[in-house]
Write a new protein. Sequence first.
Length: 276
Amino acid sequence: MFKKFIEENINVYEFVSNKTYNLDQSSVTRYPFISGSTDDTLSRNYNFARINFYLSGSDYSQNSKRYNSYPTAGNRLNKDKMFFDKFYISGSVLSVPQHEFGDKIKPGTFTLTDNSTATQIKIIDDLNGNLYAPTATHSQSVSSLSSSANYVGNIFYELGVFTITETGSFDGTNNYSDVTSGNYNVNYKGVHEISTHEYVCTALPNELNQTQNITIFKPGGAGKLKNHLTGSLFPTYVTEVGLFDDDENLIGIAKLSKPIPKSRKIPMRFFVRMDY
């Protein structure tokens, strides 16, 4: 009842889909950090952020040139257009679970809205991994709100991680260091890379004509067919197609919407598609 696939029977298609997510603070994990804090957690969080996102090769290259390309998440992801000069002694690292974004957060779709203060604070990304506040009234550069002088943190799209590192004021009253400490929402599109495997299952007229339905046997009949099923023209119906690995372990079942008579005259093809 088994038939081996050949290479021409297997096709692979890949496509990308985008899904919109809208999360509140309960779905986002926040890691506030302070360098040199007597609170071990705050101090460890600072070291984590520095080493994984903001550590520059120049910090170590004075002792050894092999550190010139230190592979932090920060300097390997779009490093030519990301700004890292505002990593101060305090800030926050925030993480979204992978099941809430897929393969990555789509650049240009991220918005954080903090409504915990009298003034709504809105932060968006600039497509290049930088975060800035388009409605800020206190800006270090009046020429362009999205300039390097005005960015307030970073987003690492592939990791589902974003940081708030600016310690200055949003409007003269509310500071960026307070953003995400209360109620807030994040909205973005998640990118899902889907791989579809199509298996073309062919049954020739002289193949797979026996049924595996145990109800065709007589009760206690030691494998004997029921009397009305012994004719040579007894039709076999296809109800499902099973996919097995090389060790004949079942790894997937495709069920038909209704049983289909197995033809003994013409080849039959069943197309089974699985998304990964």
